[in-house]
Design a protein around this ligand. Structure first.
Ligand code: FMN
Length: 224
């Protein structure tokens, strides 16, 4: 698989088979992904990989905290700016619409939509996951380095036939995750990532997220 194929074949998978990921494959991808560039080579990513009992305990911990609306859970950061503007607002809206259409969950079915959202916190049935932390003292340039790492990881996983879904939603329940992973002091949870093998029969995995056309996000100067 070349890079273009890996880029085209990677997509967010939201229903996984109950099929384990070989630990050595995951370890190899996590290590290789650190070849991602970072400003000043500071390599700000701090990664915790989970499977088995650790994953089950995170699932249980977050379920319990959601259930009792734990007042100590506070989101690590605002996931989106207030009042997202165009064209981003529509892209976000249409992603949700496309996903719920595949799942046959109509707009009025708030409970149905919440149930699907809650699948995030069950890792969509994935047998493995990664949590990505960063030192709170790091700033936006280092946050962007996390993106470099995470996309590199997802492409390396894809090359190994493994699927993934990056999940910012975990940043809303950092204590639930920390209760199991016990990250070093001063770290902030940026996101989780579910990892495993896509369920080919799950309708949600038919989602192909739209992309804005080139002219919407790129300008070319001095090429002719
Ligand atoms: C940093 C990051 C966080 C994300 N968080 C979530 C999430 O919490 N739940 C979810 O279902 N998808 C999440 N996604 C997946 C995006 O919705 C997805 O990447 C986007 O719609 C494009 O679709 P594609 O990944 O299939 O190409 C996240 C993606 C990124 C890069």
């Amino acid at each position: 698989m070349n890079v273009t194929e890996a880029v085209l074949h990677r997509r967010s998978v939201r229903a996984f088979l109950d099929q384990p990921v070989a630990p050595e494959l995951l370890r190899e991808a996590i290590e290789l992904a650190a070849r991602a560039p970072s400003g000043g080579n500071v390599q700000p990513w701090k990664i915790h990989a989970v499977a088995g009992d650790a994953l089950a305990r995170i699932r249980a911990s977050v379920a319990e905290r959601i259930q009792r609306a734990d007042p100590d859970e506070r989101p690590e950061y605002a996931i989106y700016p207030d009042k997202l503007w165009e064209p981003h607002r529509t892209e976000r809206f249409e992603l949700g619409e496309a996903m719920y259409a595949l799942l046959d969950v109509p707009r009025e079915d708030r409970a149905g939509r919440m149930r699907q959202f809650a699948r995030n916190f069950e890792f969509f049935g994935a047998p493995a996951a990664v949590f990505c932390y960063i030192d709170r003292r790091m700033g936006p340039p280092q946050w962007s380095d996390l993106g470099m790492y995470l996309q590199t990881l997802m492409l390396l996983l894809r090359e190994r036939g493994i699927d993934s879904c990056a999940q910012e939603c975990w940043s809303v329940y950092p204590r639930a995750v920390a209760s199991v992973l016990e990250p070093d002091d001063g770290l902030m949870l940026f996101c989780g990532m579910s990892i495993g093998y896509a369920d080919p029969d799950a309708p949600v995995n038919r989602l192909r997220a739209h992309r804005l056309p080139l002219s919407e996000f790129a300008a070319f100067h001095g090429f002719d």
